[in-house]
Each structure stands twice: as C-alpha cells, then as structure tokens.
Design a protein around this ligand. Structure first.
Ligand code: DQA
Length: 144
C-alpha cells in the first residue's frame, strides 16, 4: 500500500507557528511519527510539502497513479484552493484531510473548506495527533 502525504503552504515552518493552534511539533517530527505508524500496516508513505499550489498539483499528477490514497493538510489552500481541489478529484483516490487546529472554531474565512465533500474524512483540532488519526482512518478505508 502506498499513500501520498501532502502538506501545503507554511507547514514547512511548523514548530515556529502559533503554538495554541499548531502545537510544537515540526513537520519532520510529524513525518517520523507517521512513518512509524505506517510500518504496522506495511504501508509506504511518500512525503511532499510545498508553499505553491501548482507544485502540489504537479506532484499529485505525477504520483497518484501509483498510490492508493492521499493524506493532506492543504494549509490555507483549504479555504480557496480550487485547482488543488480539482487535481485531487481527478485522482479518484480516497483522501483524508487533516488540520492541526479546528478550522470550524476560528476566523470566518477558515470555516470555508473547499475539500469538504470530496474527502472521505476530515480530522482536525488535535494538533499533530490529527495526522496520526487521519492516517489510520485512511489505511482502514483502503483495506476495507
Ligand atoms: C491549518 C489551518 C489553516 O487555516 C491554516 O491556514 C494553516 C494550517 C491547520 O492545520 O490547522 O496553515 O491547515
């Protein structure tokens, strides 16, 4: 089983962002935790982060063919990233969306989620634990 783990804008500087929303873990820390969790399921993870929507789309178009699912934190693209939305739909893969913070309880612009409805699950508000829970949900779905 192969899963693409994608992170959008500003998630490369996790650990230095507002701790009350995003916690203290760096993206490297989170990826190590995910790699460890994936071992239990004999699952391979392919990681990619970009601050550019087009780069995320290029990566998806290149790697989706050989993948079984996508775990993504789109960052602020969550609220307006329609070309990323379309690229994800075109993969026809199961997708789980994760957020460190609870976007439903923050500013109004964050309550808009263009991926709601195309993902099989949204996990949010649990800081780095959102990623672990999201990965488990995605793996269980793929194995069904
Ligand atoms: C985020 C929430 C987004 O609104 C924000 O722009 C981010 C991170 C989260 O993980 O909580 O960069 O996706």
């Amino acid at each position: 089983m192969k899963i693409l783990v994608l992170n959008g804008p500003n998630l490369n500087i996790l650990g230095k962002r507002k701790k009350e929303f995003y916690g203290i873990s760096t993206l490297d820390n989170i990826n190590i935790i995910l790699k460890d969790a994936a071992k239990k399921y004999d699952c391979q993870l392919l990681f990619f982060q970009s601050n550019h929507e087009g780069r995320l789309i290029d990566f998806i178009q290149k790697h989706a063919k050989s993948a079984d699912g996508i775990l993504i934190n789109p960052g602020a693209l969550t609220h307006y990233g329609y070309s990323l939305h379309d690229a994800l739909v075109d993969t026809k893969l199961p997708i789980v969306e994760v957020h460190l913070s609870d976007i439903t309880k923050r500013e109004d612009f964050r309550k808009i989620d263009v991926f709601d409805g195309i993902v099989i699950e949204r996990v949010m508000g649990k800081k780095e634990k959102s990623y672990e829970e999201g990965l488990e949900k995605l793996i269980k779905h793929i194995k069904k």
